[in-house]
Design a protein around this ligand. Sequence first.
Ligand SMILES: [Ca+2]
Length: 364
Amino acid sequence: MKKALIAGLILTTVILSALAITPTHAQTSISVSDPEGDDRGPGTYGYPTNEVFQPGVFDLLGFTVTDTGNALEFRVKLKNLGDNPWGGPNGFCLQYVQIYVHTTAGGPARVDTFGLNFLLRPDYAWNFAILLAPGWEESPVPTGQRAAIYFANGTVVVQDSAFNVSVDETNNEIVATVAKSILPDTDNFVNWKYVVAVASYDGFGPMRVRAAGVTGGEWAINATAYATSQDQVTKLAQAIAKGMEPRVLDLLVYSSDYNGITADQQYEWLWNFDPETGALPIVPGIERVTETVTETETVTTTATATTTVYQTTTATTTVTTTSTSVSVSTATTTVTQTDWTMTGVVGLVLLLIGLGIGYAVFKK
Ligand SMILES: [Ca+2]
């Protein structure tokens, strides 16, 4: 008995010790790649024609987040950084990279973007967004041109010692180093959802984002460079007229559901806008489940319409029938009774006359 107790204690101690010393193998980085050559936005976009827009400057190739101890380092890899022709203080000036992050901590979240003309799916709503701009002036984008981190609760952090932006020219990477002290939920960064968008920076554009033109130009994205049908051109022209064309050239999603996305996913998702209704594309694309909900709503509407028609028909029928039957039966009855009454009266009068004559004759 005593031996058994001692053996049990020893076994328990061994198990607890094993649990205590088991390394947690904390993941210290995530890395995801993006296809080369899909820098066409919704599939049809080409670059502006000015020579500063070298091939590949908007082609996103990869994204990594690394835990460096006191900070998280976000690296956005492009095919070509583009030689910083206008001397952006952060080492680049052609690109405008926006990183939308949905953490595991909950709290305030937003689905809108900073001038990119697409929305995030609600389960990807951002708790904070890192806007990597070239870095002129002192105020944060889009008011000014400094890089900034926006939190959905309204807080804004402008680039400073806790939020550094630079480039790694050797690897064509834009690098943001953010102190963990200013971010929430950093222990779970490998489980966050990330949407990384590459737009064309335009200090004079709406929200500092370069817009598209139907046939492009020296300083406009060519919306129809790779269009394959007149329907596509018409749809893009309508969207541009309303200022609602997607203003993004390359896109990447990282989450437990997406270890990056394909070119076709990007094109399909970003193409899903409707100039007639003003509906913007949603990223990631809406799954078929949501489409079914839409169909159900349509059916309900139809059913309501049918009911209304049925009620109207019933009411009309009732009124007509009642009116007709009363009218007809009354008329018929009246006519018939009148005939018989007249006949009876005439008969009775004739009978009385006959009786009167008869009485007079026989009395004589
Ligand atoms: Ca790409």
